[in-house]
Design a protein around this ligand. Structure first.
Ligand code: GTP
Length: 327
């Protein structure tokens, strides 16, 4: 990637749904507990986040109080909804005003489709931690998801002819208290990166050279997953390729990447507190060898092997060679 690509990301949803909390946990190293101190966002807070050196996310955190939202939909409509790459819309699963929440969402999605028809839409149904005990099967989440999809389809039917350009809508249950937040945001980032197919094929090659089962690239600051070897990031285990299945598809935890993101960020924070520098990680367990190393200035790479012959030094040697190839 040579030139800088700028992508506008709108973060919207009713006041208190958790938008600024998410942004702060992912991009500013807040812990979930720290977010209790956050005040309501006034109007729109813009920030720029650089990824991989040449991808800049322009994040527009739009305060969700009703008077601000009314203004986005009238006076500020052309400014807010033009040239959007992604809308991340956050719902609060505990909200008792679902009908009203849905009406606001419909108005916002309509404005988005009028001004940026091909923008991708991510629906994050947040604060799932508050409901998981009383609704372990997540029935309420499924109902909310179905309602949101109906709204999207209704808008699509109204704008016949533009259907083909319509960006995809994806829905994720999230909580700032667990790794689900990383899964949702990694999914957003993954689709914004140019040449993702090429990166995936390079990673698959590196994985095979290392006799490994997986090679994963994380962004160095946020630790969001950027790409992995083999099958696409959100594939079900049944679609894993041969090498991934060597690890035993049935034992690979589908949440493994997000868990690693969360653990490493926690570990790095501890290192900062104790004045140590976090440089990476390597370990050889009974059945697996793991190396986490800086790959480029903006990324870390994790390689996992279940072949007992593989030593960490082999992986590190191959990583250094891959770095030379990239520089
Ligand atoms: P506005 O700026 O007014 O639009 O609100 P916001 O959507 O930015 O909400 P904010 O991030 O300020 O969060 C409001 C409160 O919800 C804070 O006290 C957070 O700690 C809390 N919160 C955010 N996400 C979660 C979550 O996943 N679970 C729980 N239990 N609380 C959350």
């Amino acid at each position: 990637m040579s030139t800088t690509a700028r992508k506008k990301v709108l973060l919207m949803g009713k006041s208190g749904s958790g938008k600024t909390s998410m942004r702060s946990v992912i991009f500013s190293n807040y812990s979930a507990r720290d977010t209790k101190r956050l005040g309501a966002t006034i109007d729109v807070e813009q920030s720029a986040v650089r990824f991989l050196g040449s991808l800049v996310l322009n994040l527009w955190d739009c305060g969700g109080q009703n008077n601000f939202v009314d203004n986005y939909l009238t006076a500020q409509k052309d400014t807010i909804f033009a040239n959007v790459a992604v809308l991340i819309y956050v719902f609060d699963i505990t909200s008792t005003e679902w009908e009203e929440d849905l009406r606001y969402f419909e108005d916002i999605l309509t404005a988005l489709r009028e001004n940026s028809a091909d923008a991708g839409v991510w629906i994050l149904v947040n604060k799932m931690d508050l409901l998981d005990k009383e609704d372990p099967k997540r029935t309420r989440y499924e109902e909310r998801r179905a309602d949101v999809i109906r709204v999207d389809e209704r808008i699509a039917q109204k704008s016949l002819g533009d259907g083909e350009d319509r960006g995809r809508l994806r829905c994720f249950p999230t909580s700032i208290w667990d790794e689900s937040l990383y899964k949702a945001w990694s999914s957003v980032i993954h689709t914004l990166i140019p040449n993702i197919g090429l990166i995936t094929s390079h990673l698959t090659y590196l994985r095979d050279v290392c006799l490994a089962v997986e090679a994963v690239v994380f962004e160095a600051e946020t630790f969001l997953v950027i790409a992995k070897s083999g099958s696409p990031l959100d594939s079900p285990p049944s679609e894993f390729d041969k090498q991934e299945n060597r690890g035993g598809a049935s034992v690979l935890d589908p949440q493994r990447f997000e868990k690693i993101s969360e653990i490493i960020k926690g570990f790095r924070k501890t290192c900062q507190r104790t004045g140590e520098q976090f440089l990476g990680f390597e370990s050889k367990f009974d059945e697996c060898t793991v190396v986490l190393e800086p790959m480029t200035r903006n990324t870390f790479i994790l390689i996992v092997s279940v072949d007992p012959r593989v030593e960490t030094a082999l992986m590190q040697y191959n990583i250094v060679n891959a770095q030379i190839h990239l520089s």
